[in-house]
Design a binder for this molecule. Structure first.
Ligand code: ADP
Ligand code: MG
Length: 209
């Protein structure tokens, strides 16, 4: 048994709830080292995405992720829109044709998402961007043979926290150079929400991967 289409929808709905709850916090983080719109951008994009998913009918998990991608690209302003859009598109492509998603496929999908963000953002690790959450989580999954949600959550949280000490080399925060140090990267915090809600759904639904 693996993750089903319905569980994919539940994941995105949970991600949306968490983002709505933390909208002001995400914007505050972006206010410190960017232009203060990240909470608004994410809240708008995920609200529209959750709405779209509640109205649509989907044959397989990849179709859900593809719809997320399209909605995020069209509704999220700012740099994060195309980056999240790419992440979801790459996951959809990696999972195409699978009725249910097993551990290895999920791991490959997260790696594809991380690679997609790197390509699209022309960025690498340690540049204080959302990549610094997606990549460590992808590496962690690659080293495991089954889903360990605790380890997954710990990895994602530590990765997010580590962005605080990094100096931004990409995106708006890079204009601040050294002054970006000491603040969490907003996109890494929203990525933590997106990935941690996946682990939460796996736990809640008692999916054994
Ligand atoms: P904008 O920077 O256009 O205002 P957002 O505030 O919505 O867009 O998103 C900012 C986040 O996007 C940053 O915190 C960072 O994680 C991510 N980001 C910005 N530029 C890049 C890039 N080139 N590669 C990867 N992630 C990036
Ligand atoms: Mg911004």
């Amino acid at each position: 048994m693996g993750l089903t289409t319905q569980q994919m929808i539940k994941w995105i709905q949970k991600a949306n709830e968490t983002i709505q709850e933390n909208k002001a916090y995400l914007s505050d983080l972006d206010q410190a080292i960017g232009d203060g719109d990240h909470g608004f951008n994410m809240a708008r994009g995920f609200e529209e995405t959750a709405k779209k998913l509640s109205e649509g009918s989907y044959n397989e998990p990849a179709d859900v992720l593809k719809d997320c991608s399209m909605t995020l690209i069209s509704k999220v302003g700012g740099a994060s829109g195309p980056l999240y859009g790419t992440a979801f598109l790459k996951m959809a492509l990696a999972l195409k044709g699978k009725e249910e998603i097993d551990y290895r496929s999920l791991s490959e999908a997260i790696t594809a998402a991380a690679d997609g963000i790197k390509q699209r953002g022309k960025a690498a690790e340690q540049e204080k961007t959302m990549i610094d959450v997606w990549s460590p989580v992808a590496y962690y999954m690659e080293t495991q043979n089954e889903m360990d949600t605790e380890g997954f959550l710990r990895t994602a949280k530590q990765a997010m926290d580590r962005t605080k000490d990094m100096k931004a080399a990409k995106g708006r925060a890079s204009y601040l150079r050294e002054r970006s140090i000491g603040h969490l990267d907003p996109g890494s915090v929203s990525s933590y929400y997106v990935l941690s809600t996946l682990a939460q759904i796996i736990d809640e639904e008692e999916v054994s991967l």
